[in-house]
Design a protein around this ligand. Structure first.
Ligand code: ADP
Ligand code: 5GP
Length: 190
């Protein structure tokens, strides 16, 4: 794998996509987003091939069978997410560093495998209450899906000390600046 890997994990609804978009749009860092595959349905304005590669259950199973994934996880019951080897190859061939937006189990595993080649960043919400309220305000998930995300958030937050860096997303601009600073430091450090 050419280039370096930036692993970003956070409880769903914490603001990870918002932060990653702000970093990408700034165009100041040589990194590209690895578009994961999932068998969940698109939500809100999500675009197939940009936010995720949306696969059917059968397509996801077939991708597992053909060894298409660097890693994959059943993040919620019946809901699978995976990093495609083809995405990593595509980004590496562009001479870019890779950004992975993956759950804590996948994130810790990739960090363990890549060690110094990867930087793992955990983004925390200011509180569980704030997380729930962001998910409700986003308005893209059912109450059941919000409950599942909040339940899982407790487990994920417990894993934060195992990451290289933790950033609290309270004020968005501050969080973006902090994430940018740690990434630039990491990429400049050979
Ligand atoms: P994730 O990708 O982690 O699931 P999103 O980026 O979709 O989360 O953010 C969830 C919601 O919270 C969105 O509606 C987003 O606009 C909002 N949000 C993100 N960061 C903040 C913040 N610092 N303060 C308040 N709301 C935020
Ligand atoms: P969401 O449904 O909110 O987009 O994502 C749910 C969770 O799946 C998030 O924690 C997100 O980081 C994780 N996720 C997204 N893509 C991948 C992936 O390729 N691999 C793993 N392990 N988790 C992923």
């Amino acid at each position: 794998m050419a280039g370096k890997v930036i692993i970003i994990s956070a409880p769903s609804g914490c603001g990870k996509s918002t932060i990653i978009s702000a970093l990408m749009n700034s165009g100041e860092i040589n990194m590209q987003f690895s578009v994961s595959a999932t068998n969940r349905a698109p939500r809100g304005q999500e675009i197939n091939g940009k936010d995720y590669h949306f696969l059917s259950d059968e397509e996801f199973r077939s991708a597992i069978a053909t060894d298409a994934f660097l890693e994959y996880e059943e993040v919620y019951p019946g809901r699978f997410y995976g990093t495609l080897k083809s995405e990593i190859d595509r980004i590496a061939s562009n001479g870019s560093n890779v950004v992975l937006d993956i759950d804590v189990n996948g994130g810790l595993r990739v960090k363990h495998e890549l060690a110094e080649k990867a930087l793992s960043i955990f983004i925390k919400p200011p509180s569980i209450g704030a997380l729930r309220s962001r998910l409700e305000k986003r308005g893209t998930d059912s109450m059941e899906s919000i409950d599942a995300r909040v339940d899982r958030a407790q487990y994920e937050i417990e894993q934060a000390p195992r990451y290289d860096v933790t950033v609290v997303n309270d004020d968005l601009d501050t969080a973006v600046a902090e994430v940018k600073r740690v990434i630039v430091d990491f990429l400049n450090n050979d």
